[in-house]
Design a protein around this ligand. Structure first.
Ligand SMILES: [Zn+2]
Length: 448
């Protein structure tokens, strides 16, 4: 049988119906998985590319369900402050000075970091999202884009940003043969008027696309909303018609039991961002309660300015540990569940579980190989525990996205990573030197 790529001799974690396959073989043709099973039972494949998978774990690529990838440019410039101060005093003033090219290089840098740590698909929200799209196309990553929409009291701004978001849908949704998708991205309930949220709801229905929002992240804003409207953020989203199965709600920290029930009733998808929630001291979502209510929960890093990296292996570990500490119960979020959240459940969150999230025949080939021939990964008794508690992004050796090898032996094949690092550092420096910003930065620094 003919194949484009064959991976031989690996331990396969399918995250599908079959659990683990020892000495497995995976065959890929035209971007799709055409065989997964034991090597000694496999047909005789003739392939252009044969990868020796001995000493490696093959698993579905990790899915980062909430990020703002271009914020790599802000890595390390607003540290150890809470969310409101972080946004108002540094991030928003900086973002107001962004140019499209900055976003392009920031996004490209972030996508390289993602690929190098095993992420093959992410859900993004940002400004100049067409530049993020360009970077996604060039890097070879799979991406769901959402152009940020907010109006903060300026009706016209909401209209302009919604128009921009719809033009992104037209240009990129389903692009690159189904590697790029688009959602609408109302930033949050506290940054969008109800009128704008209603329009987003109408357009999402009209175009049959998902919606990506920040929900109940800040306690202060959650209280403000309740005081202003007499309703919770979740109740307001329900009122404007946004509480639906293709709503991806990031954070979901400050929720009442009634909010959780209402979300579960409407099959809303949740993204848990443990590192960002801890770093900005936003609080801890009650993930066990969310799961017990029947909600599907994926994992995200959030933007690299509030993390400060995009390593989903780190996120998996922190995701598990934080919940165990919160519930004071080591049985909460066992390792296998965490790997599910980073793969197949993440695919469900993005509405892409029919094409990605597991290694199964017929799905697109988004596969990573982890080199386990290392001291910190030896011995290999429990593969899920090894991946969640011991592995690091740097253990990823090979990355295949949509049947294309984008990294092999830790070398990125699609773009020149050193050139991207150089340009991203340059534009970040230039951004800080733009009028007025250096003073803001210095003010934050000298506050401590
Ligand atoms: Zn975010």
């Amino acid at each position: 049988m003919e194949a484009d790529i064959v991976i031989r001799g690996c331990l396969v974690l399918t995250m599908g119906k079959i659990d683990v396959i020892e000495r497995g073989l995976i065959a890929i043709k035209d971007g799709a998985i055409i065989y997964v099973g034991r090597e000694d039972e496999a047909p005789n494949f003739k392939a252009d590319e044969v990868i020796d998978g001995r000493g490696k774990i093959a698993m579905p690529g990790l899915i980062n369900c909430h990020t703002h990838v271009a914020m790599t440019l802000f890595r390390g410039i607003a540290e150890d402050v809470e969310l409101g101060v972080w946004l108002r005093e540094t991030i928003w003033p900086l973002e107001s000075k962004l140019k499209p090219d900055d976003v392009y290089y920031g996004a490209l840098l972030g996508f390289i970091e993602m690929i190098k740590s095993g992420t093959t698909c992410s859900l993004d929200m940002y400004l100049y999202e067409d530049m993020v799209a360009k970077a996604a196309v060039e890097s070879g990553i799979r991406c769901v884009l959402s152009s940020g929409i907010f109006d903060v009291g300026h009706k016209m701004l909401g209209k302009i940003l919604l128009k921009k978001a719809l033009s992104l849908v037209k240009r990129y949704h389903g692009g690159e043969k189904g590697r790029i998708y688009v959602m609408l991205g109302p930033h949050a309930v506290y940054t969008c008027s109800l009128d704008t949220l209603r329009k987003v709801s109408e357009e999402a229905t009209k175009h049959n696309i998902g919606i990506h929002i920040h929900l109940a992240e800040s306690e202060e804003e959650t209280i403000n909303i309740k005081e202003t409207h007499g309703k919770s953020e979740v109740e307001l989203l329900n009122e404007v018609g946004l509480l639906r199965s293709n709503l991806v709600a990031a954070h979901c920290i400050h929720l009442s039991s009634e909010d959780i029930s209402l979300m579960a009733k409407n099959n809303v998808k949740v993204v848990y961002n443990p590192v960002s929630n801890m770093k900005l001291s936003s609080g801890i979502p009650r993930v066990k309660d969310l799961l017990d209510a029947g909600l599907i929960v994926g994992l995200g890093t959030d933007g690299p300015a509030s993390n400060n990296c995009l390593d989903m292996f780190e996120t998996m570990k922190v995701a598990a540990l934080l919940q165990k500490a919160l519930y004071r119960d080591p049985r909460v979020l066992p390792a296998r569940k965490v790997v599910e959240m980073a793969t197949i459940d993440g695919a469900k969150v993005l509405g892409l579980n029919n094409i990605i999230g597991s290694i199964e025949v017929g799905k697109r080939a988004d596969i990573i190989l982890i080199d386990v021939n290392k001291p910190h990964l030896t011995p290999l008794h429990n593969v899920y525990a090894t991946l969640v508690y011991s592995a690091r992004g740097g253990d990823v050796d090979t990355v295949i996205i949509d049947g294309r090898i984008v990294m092999r032996g830790r070398m990125i094949k699609t773009v020149d990573e050193y050139e991207v690092m150089r340009r991203a550092a340059e534009v970040s420096q230039d951004l800080l030197s733009r009028k007025g910003l250096k003073e803001i930065f210095l003010r934050i620094l000298t506050k401590k």
